[in-house]
Design a protein around this ligand. Sequence first.
Ligand code: SF4
Ligand code: SF4
Length: 147
Amino acid sequence: MNFWEKPLNTLTQPEWEKLCDGCGRCCMQKFEDEDTGEILHTHIACRLFDANRCACSDYSHRLLRVPECLNMRHFEAEHFQWLPKTCAYRLRFEGKALLAWHPLLSGSQEQMHELGISMRNKSISEDDVDEEQWVDYIIDVTDVDEK
Ligand code: SF4
Ligand code: SF4
């Protein structure tokens, strides 16, 4: 059995890290619709997100530098709804298979970027937008979630 098919709580730390597709979608600010409970995604990125690399610019210190950045290994069940529906950790938490474009299946991140799944070069830093305006940066992720 491939490690990404095993239960999340049985993965070693290296396996856990490899499970991440590198899409960067978890690093975008989100809102919860008070009426529907729906999670609304924006393209406002965490201040540590490097849009060109589509990666955290200080991954090893992220939890110290950004208190809102949580360690997914300690997620409670209700936290997973805040992750994109395409997120490998959310998929595996829900008992689903990885999507065909996942780098572990496709061999690289290129297909993910070409399909427009990732946030590479698509975000704007939270430092560059007033927080009260973040709501103006909500994006429709329906297409991405269905790929
Ligand atoms: S959304 Fe999930 S798979 Fe994508 S970068 Fe974030 S943690 Fe990794
Ligand atoms: S600290 Fe890094 S990993 Fe955490 S949300 Fe920000 S960019 Fe993403």
